[in-house]
Design a protein. Structure first.
Lengths: 333, 319
């Protein structure tokens, strides 16, 4: 079948430009203190120290938007790598329980040993996510190349439920208040500051570059494990490296903004529709799309009950859950 | 004779859990205090009569109803992974109840079970429409889970944009017996009519167990039976959910345990499931209240901790 697609460079350029526009809108829209679009630009290039709106843009809005971009790109890349590794279109950090495991790790550390600080919670998120990821892969029989994809998803969902219950229990026991917990569990960009961003970007960037380097191998995996082995790909090494990247990406994202779900499920499919089946192409597109999606839902989340905030993760779940149903229905099981 | 031994053991367990639920909590009472608590005017009257006794009764009722619903669904669909909460019926009912409470705050709370029933029925119909008549075990479960995720995230969203009071929110997100008392029990009472209805279905359900063709040739009206049994299951679930929120995994685990203990004959299985469900919920609520007093955890968290590993185990065994 011949499909007319824009050349890859144009696709990237178009998506990049729309990402810039959305990020710009996110800098000034729905603020309790009115910010003009011009303020947003001036704060970046031509800072006026006496202007309050420009200070808001620089200290609050800019880190928030950048964080949204990084988190979106990370989660989308994690989704692509997971779908590539498991050959399962439903695989994604939230569906397979990596989100919930990371959240559980963080909640446990911050209730039992709060003095560890941000680094401790990030490590806990990696360990927690890694444990659930291994468990799901073993229980869902995906590690040895079984093609039992729905079993994998059900295992992920059950483990998510278990981890979510334990997370809620540990937070209720520590804090005795539910609304803060709820916001955090849903994932929100409201508390993004420069300090968090400085922790996030080196890890995320490493993960993103790593997943780009992995993409040729993911292409080979698409041919089936048998063929991949014949073509000389080391399956164990690929799976280990891929899993490590996924954990790095997901844990760094979740430890800075909370458990944002469904980006990793939605975006790879959208990117595949635009860019085709080649991982080297649709992985960068997925990163751009993921960033756009998260920044966009952050804008929406601010507008719903303005001037109060709704967590961006809750908005994403509302978009993502019907898509999950749609994907389940699409598949012939 | 040996068939009665497990019944006896479970009943003893139930009674001792009831006593434990009355004794322990934020403050532990002695047996003497508990007995005096039944008389108006004594020191512990309020704790026992207004707080712990109705809550214990409610745990028994809700546990029994949810478990019975699970047994009916598993009996009809003959799918070991099926239960009202896996199939999204509980969360559908919960969503309807939350929408009703948020958008019609001034209307009577006694309509809540009916609203939840409507939500549960809609959820069941949507699942039916998505999955069709004959779909594999795992496809049904996975579609149900996806739907449940959707309902749950809608409830999350509504809670976040229209914050209810904290304990109410926890109730609807995880299921809890917190602050429930006599009014809720009276709300639940009319729905208990469904229990004899369900028990009456035991015999035809046994026929269904032989396979659809055999059941038809033995004179069972299979489709009617399925419809009635599922409707009763949805109604039981909805009534329980409207009082306590979606308590997860109870409807899945209890029938399996009961089947292990009492075998698959529905005449024995259905009452046994109710006993097991009541025991499980009493146990979950007791642990949730006493693990770190005076903070109490929602009972739904405890049932999830218990039920999710069991679900995984079932999943591994499913061919």
């Amino acid at each position: 079948m011949i499909q007319t697609r824009l050349p890859f460079a144009w696709q990237c350029l178009l998506l990049g430009a729309s990402l810039l526009v959305i990020a710009w809108i996110s800098l000034f829209s729905w603020s309790a203190v009115p910010i003009t679009p011009v303020d947003a630009v001036n704060a970046l290039f031509n800072m006026d120290n006496t202007s309050i709106p420009q200070h808001i843009v620089q200290d609050l809005r800019l880190p928030r938007t950048l964080m949204g971009i990084l988190v979106g790109a990370s989660l989308a890349a994690a989704g692509v790598v997971m779908q590539g590794l498991t050959q399962n279109p439903l695989a994604s950090p939230s569906v397979l329980g990596v989100n919930a495991g990371a959240a559980l790790g963080m909640a446990t550390v911050s209730t039992i040993a709060p003095w560890f600080g941000l680094l401790g919670t990030s490590v806990a998120a990696i360990i927690g996510g890694g444990m659930t990821w291994t468990l799901v892969m073993v229980l869902g029989r995906a590690w040895k190349g079984g093609n039992d994809s729905s079993r994998l998803v059900l295992a992920g969902v059950a483990i998510s439920a278990l981890c979510a219950a334990l997370t809620k229990a540990s937070i209720i026991m520590a804090e005795d208040q539910a609304s803060g917990v709820l916001t955090w569990l849903a994932g929100s960009l409201a508390n993004a500051r420069w300090a968090t961003f400085d922790h996030l970007w080196p890890i995320s960037l490493f993960g993103l570059l790593g997943s780009l380097m992995l993409s040729p191998t993911l292409n080979i995996l698409q041919l089936g494990e048998e063929n991949a082995r014949n073509l000389g790909a080391s399956l164990i090494l690929t799976k280990l490296a891929g899993s490590f990247l996924v954990l790095l990406l997901v844990a760094s994202a979740i430890s800075s903004v909370g458990s944002i779900g469904f980006v990793g499920l939605l975006v790879p499919h959208m990117a595949k529709m635009i860019g085709g089946q080649d991982h080297r192409r649709f992985l960068p597109l997925a990163m751009l799309l993921g960033a756009m999606l998260v920044v966009l839902s952050d804008i929406i989340s601010r507008s719903i009950i303005f001037p109060m905030e709704t967590p961006a993760g809750a908005v994403l779940a509302l978009i993502g859950a019907p898509f999950f149903i749609y994907l389940v229905r699409q598949r012939t099981l | 004779m040996s068939r009665y031994i497990p019944f006896f053991i479970i009943s003893v367990l139930l009674i001792s859990l009831v006593i434990a639920n009355l004794l322990f909590g934020a403050i532990s009472l002695s047996l003497h205090d508990v007995l005096r608590g039944f008389q108006p005017g004594s020191d512990s009257y309020f704790t026992i009569h207004e707080y712990r006794l109705p809550r214990t009764l409610l745990a028994i009722l809700v546990g029994a109803m949810l478990a019975l619903a699970g047994a009916l669904v598993q009996g009809v669909i003959r799918n070991p992974l099926a239960s009202p909460d896996i199939l999204g019926v509980s969360h559908g009912a919960g969503l309807a109840a939350v929408v009703y409470m948020i958008y019609f705050p001034h209307s009577s709370i006694s309509w809540l079970p009916a609203v939840a029933l409507a939500g549960g029925l809609c959820a069941a119909l949507i699942l039916w429409w998505l999955c069709g008549h004959r779909s594999s075990t795992i496809k049904l479960a996975i579609t149900g889970v996806a739907l449940a995720t959707f309902y749950a995230s809608t409830v999350d969203f509504l809670m976040l944009i229209k914050p209810l009071e904290i304990n109410n929110a926890l109730l609807w997100l995880t299921g809890s017996l917190w602050g429930r008392s006599w009014p809720q029990i009276t709300m639940l009472l009319p729905w208990l009519v469904l229990i004899p209805c369900a028990l009456y279905l035991a015999k035809p359900l046994n026929l269904l167990h032989l396979g659809e063709d055999s059941a038809v040739s033995l004179g069972a009206r299979v489709n009617l039976l399925r419809l009635i049994a599922l409707a009763v299951a949805v109604a039981l679930t909805a009534a329980a959910v409207s009082i306590c929120g979606p308590i997860s995994f109870l409807g899945l685990v209890a029938p399996h345990l009961a089947r292990k203990l009492f075998g698959g004959r529905h005449q024995a299985l259905l009452p046994a499931t109710m006993l097991v469900g009541a025991v499980l919920l009493l146990m979950a609520d007791l642990v949730a209240r006493t693990i770190d007093p005076p903070i109490e955890l929602p009972a739904g968290i405890m049932t999830a901790v218990l039920g999710a590993p069991y679900f995984l185990w079932l999943l591994i065994r499913t061919k």
